[in-house]
Write a protein that binds this ligand. Structure first.
Ligand SMILES: [Zn+2]
Length: 330
């Protein structure tokens, strides 16, 4: 019986996660992080061909291996058109910061979709969630966002070790994507246990949980580009110092998941309080956010999100400094 209930719950939360959106604005956020580091990331890196034998399967239609610099090919549609910069390569070379920036959104553009990744596949319409999230719901744990991070860290190391800086930075940028995803609490759980149970019978609850996930995905990019706090948020990302992190990357990504999970109750409570009625209907628009913000209804959500941004940014800065000084810039 217990097994059956688990199976049932698993089906529900897999269905809930089947319409996935990214923790949007990976490139805008990563740009602010990497530009504020003092790690010689202005250095020019020669674009090199892809020569890797990978152990993961992808939707190869979207696993592009050519370089996109200067094409704005994968920029978030919410981008304001000016930021972050994406200049064309000069003499076949790009600055390291640009590689880290423009490829941070890349894993969301189809490479992990429509795959057969596990027996859970029959329950899920979209395999992307398997790679980008790590769910904890009651006794159930599922998905492999943590493994995705570690995988790309390893292959980035391999590239740097053979002197291929271009792919070293590019794979590292993919790794950052998965770490950023795991700081988004809705990548750890879709709702409270009882909400998930209720969503079985109640479409309103189901919609609310789905849309809450997307709403928080979009909130970061809203804060960076459209909020009255945008200036403050950008400064916060730039000025946040690195924090202490475990030197073992497996322990590190574990800590990130536990952190995301631990912030879920507050984020979820404030999102529901601020936009519960909207969430039953749809994902909030930029206008919705601006209206709610002007009315002061996002104040609590903003406060918690700033705390998450500080921990996420301090962690990523510490990781990049440790990683790059150890593996990239010997
Ligand atoms: Zn993602």
């Amino acid at each position: 019986m217990l097994k059956r209930i688990h199976f049932l719950l698993l089906s529900i939360f897999l269905t809930l996660s089947s319409l996935l959106f990214p923790w949007s604005g990976h490139e805008s956020y990563t740009y602010l992080v990497v530009k504020s580091l003092n790690l010689n990331l202005d250095k020019l890196v020669e674009i090199r061909p892809y020569t890797y034998k990978e152990t993961r399967v992808y939707n190869t239609k979207y696993y592009y291996t050519d370089d996109f610099a200067g094409q704005r090919k994968f920029f978030d549609p919410l981008n304001d058109g000016k930021f972050p910069p994406d200049p064309s390569p000069v003499d076949g070379k790009l600055p390291a910061w640009q590689i880290l920036t423009i490829y941070a959104q890349f894993p969301d553009f189809g490479m992990d979709e429509e795959l057969n990744l596990s027996p859970l596949q029959s329950l899920i319409g979209n395999s992307q969630g398997v790679r980008h999230m790590r769910y904890k719901l009651g006794l159930i744990e599922a998905f492999e966002g943590d493994k995705s991070f570690l995988y790309f860290v390893d292959i980035s190391k391999e590239a740097f070790a053979k002197g291929d800086e271009y792919w070293g930075y590019r794979f590292l940028s993919y790794a950052l994507h998965y770490m950023e995803d795991l700081f988004q609490p809705y990548h750890e759980t879709p709702g409270t246990f009882w909400e998930v149970v209720r969503s079985l019978m109640d479409k309103k609850t189901k919609n609310l949980l789905n849309n809450a996930h997307y709403a928080y995905d979009n909130y970061l990019v809203y804060l960076i580009h459209y909020s009255k706090h945008s200036e403050e948020v950008r400064k916060l990302i730039i000025n946040t110092p690195k924090r202490r992190i475990p030197s073992n990357y497996e322990a590190l990504i574990n800590e990130v998941m536990m952190y995301g999970y631990s912030r879920f109750p507050e984020v979820h409570k404030h999102i529901k309080a601020a936009m519960g009625d909207i969430l039953i209907e749809r994902v909030p628009t930029i206008d919705d956010y601006q209206k709610l913000e002007a009315e002061g209804k996002l104040d609590r959500l903003y406060k918690v999100t700033k705390e998450i941004i500080v921990v996420m940014t301090g962690t990523i800065k510490a990781f990049l400094e440790d990683y790059l000084t150890t593996y990239a810039q010997k």
